[in-house]
Design a protein around this ligand. Structure first.
Ligand SMILES: Cc1ncc(COP(=O)(O)O)c(C=O)c1O
Length: 381
């Protein structure tokens, strides 16, 4: 036998390997204990190894480990009840898949099908996933030779001309990868009105902004603008793969049944985990804590070397002065046992920690950033 197997080099990884994770601490194989301000890229909503979530998974495994989507089961009812309590007023339907890209793909497909139109509008800086449709509406190299539908990309913050050829406008309410770019005042409201005038669907990609990350269950509530449909994934099941496509019941009635489907989507295990997340978010004090985290992160704007702080709740971009790059800051914090993230803006360090991160962790970050600047570990470039 003469074979080899190595991983396709899709990722640029941190040095060393991760041994285990507990709540907000990552233990590296060399014994380093690292404060996790990246939360598995918005996935570990309740931190790693959350005991309640673990117990729910264990119970679910014993009771019903997997079932085809052709049968119903009590786990689904518990899931629907838990998430229903977090929805904006109105009648909504949900379709379940496994990832953010799938969740976006499904709301795009519903809008194209329901309107019978062929064009989608999207925005510069956007990231919506890596499948053919979601890569097309993302900015940058899609890796596909052509888009599956007509496409127009517009500058972030500008309300495009919409006419009766437009099926949908898709956007992240806060563009995360672009540098935690918040929507300018009245942008979302203006898009809502423009879509209403021409019968186009307004689609929110809430893969990052959803599941309580802004201190409200959804960005739609945070910004008080209701889309026709929205997606979420990442943190909605606290570490298990789950994609949700939520659509207003009125719009869903125009979509042919059978347009969507999935083998694994909404598996009993993912639903059991997701129910724990929804129940956590149903306590106002937990959402209040996320807002308090956001307030504490925003106070870092007072630090020397920091230009501004963007975002809300637990989706935060720390924008450094020109003399400091986010990569330098990330490396300096890594040496102080703190894990943070980067994005496409070289000045912006991205944080998306667990929603139950203690406020003391923000103080730890503040002290570390102060040390990095005063010791000139950053800011020499
Ligand atoms: C805003 C946004 N949308 C969609 C996706 C795609 O999600 P997934 O990787 O689960 O397909 C991501 C992933 O980073 C994302 O950040």
């Amino acid at each position: 036998m003469n074979s080899s197997l190595t991983e396709f080099p899709a990722y640029h990884r941190l040095p060393g390997s991760l041994l285990r994770a507990d709540a907000h601490t990552l233990e590296w194989s060399d014994g380093r204990q690292v404060l996790d301000l990246y939360g598995g890229h918005c996935v570990n909503t309740l931190g790693a190894a959350h005991p309640g979530l673990g117990q729910a998974l264990n119970r679910q495994w014993q009771q019903l480990s997997f079932a085809t989507n052709l049968v119903d089961h009590s786990t689904r009812e518990a899931f629907l009840t838990a998430w229903r309590a977090l929805l904006p007023d109105g009648d909504w339907q949900i379709f379940l898949s496994n990832s953010g890209a799938e969740a976006n793909e499904n709301i795009l497909k519903m809008a194209l099908s329901a309107t019978g139109r062929s064009k989608v509008l999207c925005f510069q800086g956007a990231f919506h996933g890596r499948t053919a449709a979601t890569a097309a509406v993302s900015d940058g190299q899609s890796g596909f030779p052509c888009s599956p539908f007509e496409l127009e990309r517009h500058p972030w913050g500008c309300i495009p001309d919409i006419d009766s050829s437009v099926a949908a406008v898709i956007l992240e309410p806060i563009q995360s990868l672009a540098g935690v770019q918040e929507p300018p005042a009245d942008f979302l409201q203006g898009l809502r009105q423009a879509c209403d005038r021409h019968g186009a669907w307004l689609l929110f990609d809430e893969v990052q902004t959803g599941s309580g990350r802004l201190g409200q269950p959804w960005a739609a509530q945070y910004f008080e603008v209701m889309p026709d449909a929205w997606s979420t994934a990442k943190g909605c099941a606290g570490g298990l793969p789950l994609g949700m496509s939520l659509v207003s019941a009125a719009q869903a009635s125009k979509v042919p049944a059978g347009l969507c489907g999935s083998t694994f989507g909404g598996s009993p295990l993912a639903l059991a985990a997701s129910t724990v997340v929804a129940e956590y978010l149903s306590h106002q004090k937990n959402l209040l804590h996320v807002r308090e985290l956001g307030t504490a992160f925003h106070k870092l704007a007072q630090l020397e070397g920091v230009h501004s702080v963007r975002g809300a709740g637990a989706l935060i971009g720390i924008c450094f002065e020109d003399s400091i790059t986010a990569r330098e800051a990330q490396q300096a914090l890594w040496q102080r046992q703190i894990l943070t993230g980067l994005c496409r803006d070289p000045q912006v360090l991205r944080l998306c920690p667990a929603l139950n991160l203690p406020l003391a962790a923000v103080h730890t970050l503040r002290t570390a950033l102060e040390e990095c600047v005063t010791s000139h570990q950053v800011g020499l470039s």
